[in-house]
Design a protein. Sequence first.
Length: 266
Amino acid sequence: MNPQFGNGVNVFFDDLGPRDGAAVILIHGHPFNRTMWAPQTAALTTAGYRVITPDLRGYGESPVVPGKALLADLADDLAALLARLGIERAVVGGVSMGGQIAMELRLRHPGVVRALVLSDTSPVPETEDGKKFRRELAERLLAEGMEPYADEVIDKMLAPYNVIGMPEAAARVSAMMCATDPEGAAAALRGRAERPDYRPVLAEAAEPCLVLVGADDVYTPVAEAEALHALMPHSVLTVIDGAGHLPGVEQPEAFNRALLDFLAGL
């Protein structure tokens, strides 16, 4: 865990594994933090990869920047972090909002991206209804705090049967959500409402991409992952059985196997 001055923001992160290993940066989703990647970090560092897991601004230990955090701001933070670490190219992976930030990195800083890993995410811009929902949710989190929201969405973040069958994983996910500063979450929600259409840049991407999705994801269903896979000329798709929106948490062994197989082929 180290503070790092990035794009005007002190981004906290873990930088683990051999310094001469191929670099992989993993970007958490909303409203989580870098600890969600613990199973992946363990597997990747054991395999010889250098793994960077940041806390996005407003999440985890990184400071809150009130107002609105565009995905462009979050991507620029991470590009600055990689530059300060002397990492010229990295495999860039993310889940949900983290996947959209990975797409934004590809859009804004294409030279940094060696390959993409996109888990349970969507490249399409927000709908008008979606914009309204995210902005209203931002205000709700500020008014109510994170706990009511966390209770409401836990059986969408994880498949409902995993909330019951994997109580430790459910408790860890709930704890991450409840620990998030509502002001940081609200800023990201406002920014995410304004995200662009990433489909044009992804359709032209020459880099390889691994698309992952939980078989029972209700936020970004398998059909959306199939559409993302079909869009990208050099992608592979892996559907993780027994998982919802966070297959890296729910089925870490299957997720890690797909990830390591993909990385081995680069």
